[in-house]
Structure formats: C-alpha cells, structure tokens
Design a protein around this ligand. Structure first.
Ligand SMILES: *Cc1c(COP(=O)(O)O)cnc(C)c1O
Length: 482
C-alpha cells in the first residue's frame, strides 16, 4: 500500500538517536577490519568526527535514514580514513609549457638521481664519515670534486637553495661592511627574495650605483672606499632591460676587484653547467665562464637549468669558499643528505655530456624536437576529443613553451599541443566553461595542469613522457564533465 507523501518524507529522515554510539560503530565487523589495517587511534578519531557531523545534520533534519545504515556508516568512515591518509603532495602532469615550473616543483630529477637517492636513504651512509681514514668527514666533499671538475673552480660548497647561497656569501664575506651593486640588477625573484632585503638580512650595507638602464665601470670605481667588502653582480634572470643599456662585464669588474682588494660575487640564478647555445637554445652564462672571467664566487640553483634537486651551489676561489664554509650561518643553511645524494648523481651526468639530452629530463624536454611533441599531441587528439565532447572541441595547435624559473625570460621555444575550446552559441560563458574544464583536469587521480589563454585551455605536450597515464585518465575526465 503506497504511503502518503508526507510520511515518506518524514520517515526517510534520521534522528540523532538513530545513530549508533562510537563503541557500537567500532564493534561492527566491517569497522573492525578498518581498525586491523590502520589501528584504533586513527579509526576512532575519524569515527568520532563522522558521528559528530552526522549528528549535526540529523538535528538539522538533513540526514536520511539510508545514511545511518551500518554499510553506509562503514563506507563513510572508510572514505574519511582514506582521505586523512591521502598525501597532500601529489604527482601531477605538467602541460603548462613551462619546463621549470616553480609551483610544480621545478626540475624533475634524472632516473640515476632518484635511484641514488633511494639507495642512500634506505640505510646509513657516509655523509660525514671518511671511509679512507675512518675519521670524521665533510658532507661538502661528496660533491666538491665534481663541482670543481665541471666548473673549473678551486673550491665549492653547497647549501639549501640559491637564496641561501647568496645570503650566506654576503654575510660571510661582507657582513657589517658595504656591497656595491648596480641599480639595474636589484632583482626580485618570487617569494619575497629581493636583493636589497637579502643584503639587509645578511647584515651588509648595500651601495647602489649607476641607473636602471646604464651602469659603468667608473660608477663602481667611485663607490669603493675603506668600508667596501664586495662588488656584487646579479644575473637579471627573470627580466630583460632592453634599448639604451649598458652593464659592466664580469671580466672588467674582476680586474677592478683585484686592483682594489674587494671580492667579486656573482649570483647567476639559473647557472646552466653546459652552454645552452650548443643545443640551439638561447645562451645563458655558465659558472665556468664567470670563473674564467675572474669572479671570486659564483652562486646558482640546483633545480633550475642544472636539472637537479633544490640546492644552492657556491663555487669559487679557495680562500673565499673557506670563509663561507666556516661562517656559523652555514650550519643552519646546509644541504640535507636527501638532495645531496640527488645532486651527486645529477652532477655525475655532467661528466658524460653526451648523455645529458637523453638522461636529464630538463635538457631532454628543452631540446625535444617539435615534430616529436606534435606526434605526442596527435596521439592524444582523438581520445581527448571523445572525453570532452560534446561540451568542448579539441584541435592540434602550435604554441610556445617557456624555460621557466626565471631562466631565459624573453625567449620562447616553439612547441605543440592541444587547444580545447568550449562549444558555445555566443561568446558568453567561455570563462566559466574553461574554469570547469581546468577544475576537472585538476580533479583527476593524477591532476593535469594546463594553461588558459584567449578563451582556450592549452595542453603543451613538451614535458609529457608517459602518454599512457594521460590516456588512461580520459574516461575519468569524461565522467567528471558529464
Ligand atoms: C632563482 C634565483 C635565485 C634564488 O634561487 P633559489 O634556488 O630559488 O633559492 C636567486 N637569484 C637569482 C638571480 C635567481 O634567478
């Protein structure tokens, strides 16, 4: 006999007293299985939160009777336990076209670095133990030889990142004294790293010389006095000053620094260890060139063009590096054993330069031939069309990739990929349709990150190695868009 409508509505709602006690919930055999896998603490904690939330909804008259059934409670509890344990750090697929994307973790490590890193972390290692003598060792010695071989430096030390390398170098070599820097090089990179603030944090007084667009040797020369400890060059890695410009080359500054007995320190930012123009890429100054030009100290990042882990590399003259290494702040900024292992393996690749474009992901992607990128895009075209139809259309498109992380800011690399546009009757609604698509791509098990521009969502295939992971998720994407 059909029930009257009102009693159906009334009868389908759960009251707070329909919910089990926490003890009763935990005694359910299905929940006991959860406790077996994850332990009592986590499961009981999540169970308490779940019951509290359900009780609040019951009081508001929003909880259905179906939701208090034992199977439904177990499912909800299992889901919240899974959610609690799911990592916040997730693998993503970078189709932004920016190879060194700071928000996506910058350089992807080479296979050999991942292997060395895991092997070293699986047990104790000789981080600060000299296997030859049995005495205490120095963690710097793990990579110092490699860095000196590759760059031609007399000595080298490593810290947490290049920001730390700059801060430490200034503090150790110029703390309490003056540092001369060109007004054209007062760089701000992302994340509140501004050269004037770094100087202040390092306890040095910054003396600006020249103008935004032009600085001459005489400007530096005039500013040197008894208080001067350092001349500083900063590679303008994330912007370019064009037009009527002039900057003083390192070689000229080196001569001045020698003559006047002040240090010359160059913050190179990216610091590629190979000449990028060899691969047809725009030229970036290398640490080896800076040292050959006479810089006393050169600092650069481990996870930009070098293609390794986050690290700050400091190379240069023996005496200056010794001073930097002995400075107390070094202890607070030192590199941990994890990136150190990855850095060692990455630098080892540079002893075999012929392998770099094959084995170092950063260089492999930067030098990837356009035809190869097009072929990858082509292989995804039809499956992607099916996944996003009928709301969106997809076509092959040429686009421009970027190096990223401030390296080579002006130059763009011809690339290829897929452009997805909403199917709309008018122009209105394109923005929200693209937002919905971008959100669905981000909600995939392995989120896909593209780039929105000109009412389209672009998926640049330059950095895509594993087409299968991408293709296997397209069914999921279709479901999310339905
Ligand atoms: C990137 C960069 C830094 C900071 O390097 P991190 O490794 O990110 O700390 C400093 N100076 C310049 C010029 C840079 O390009």
């Amino acid at each position: 006999m059909p029930l009257p409508a009102e009693s159906v509505v009334h009868g389908s709602k759960a009251k707070p007293q329909d919910l089990p006690s926490i003890d009763k919930l935990l005694r359910l055999p299905t929940v006991q299985a959860l406790v077996q896998s994850h332990g009592h603490t986590l499961v009981a904690g999540e169970a308490r939160k779940l019951l509290d939330a359900l009780r609040a909804r019951a009081l508001a008259g929003e909880l259905s009777l179906g939701e208090v059934a034992p199977e439904a409670l177990t499912d909800a509890l299992a889901a919240s336990v899974d959610g609690r344990l799911a990592p916040r750090l997730r693998r993503v697929i970078n189709l932004t076209g920016t190879v060194l994307h700071t928000n996506l973790g910058r350089a992807v490590l080479p296979e050999s670095a991942i292997r060395h890193l895991t092997t070293m972390m699986e047990g104790p290692n000789n981080l600060e133990f000299d296997l030859a003598s049995g005495g205490r060792g120095d963690r710097d010695s793990i990579v110092e030889g490699l860095l000196c071989d590759i760059t031609g430096a007399e000595a080298a030390t490593v810290v947490n990142n290049n920001a730390a390398a700059v801060l430490l170098s200034i503090a150790a070599l110029a703390g309490g004294r003056e540092v001369i820097v060109s007004r054209g090089e007062l760089v701000e990179i992302g994340g509140a790293f501004r050269m004037p603030d770094v100087m202040a944090s390092a306890g040095a007084r910054m003396v600006e010389v020249g103008t935004t667009n032009r600085t001459h040797l005489a400007d530096y020369e005039r500013a040197i006095n008894a208080q001067t400890a350092m001349l500083m060059k900063v590679h303008t890695s994330n912007y370019a000053i064009e037009g009527f410009t002039s900057a003083v080359a390192e070689a000229e500054l080196a001569e001045l620094s020698r003559k006047r007995g002040v240090a010359l320190v160059t913050d190179l930012g990216s610091g590629s260890l190979v000449d990028m123009s060899k691969y047809g890429l725009p030229k970036e100054p290398t640490p080896q060139e800076m040292l050959a030009d006479g810089c006393g100290v050169v600092t650069f990042s481990g996870d930009k063009l070098l293609g390794g882990p986050q690290a700050g590399l400091i190379v240069g003259e023996r005496e200056l590096i010794a001073k930097i290494r002995k400075f107390p702040m070094k202890r607070a900024l030192r590199l941990s054993k994890l990136p150190l292992a990855a850095l060692e393996a990455t630098l080892t690749l540079y002893l075999q330069p012929e392998l770099l474009t094959r084995d170092l992901p950063t260089l492999r992607w930067l030098t990837r031939p356009t035809e190869q990128i097009e072929a990858i895009a082509q292989s995804l075209l039809d499956p992607l069309r099916i996944a996003v139809a009928p709301r969106y259309m997809v076509e092959l498109a040429s686009m421009s990739s970027q190096v990223g992380s401030g390296s080579l800011p002006v130059d763009r690399l011809p690339s290829a990929g897929l452009a997805i546009a909403p199917v709309l009757s008018g122009k209105r609604g394109a923005g929200s349709a693209l937002d919905a698509l971008a959100a669905a791509l981000r909600a995939l098990p392995q989120p896909i990150i593209g780039r929105v521009a000109d009412d389209k969502l672009y998926l640049d295939c330059r950095c895509l190695d594993d087409v299968t992971v991408m293709r296997d998720q397209l069914g999921h994407l279709k479901a999310l868009l339905a």
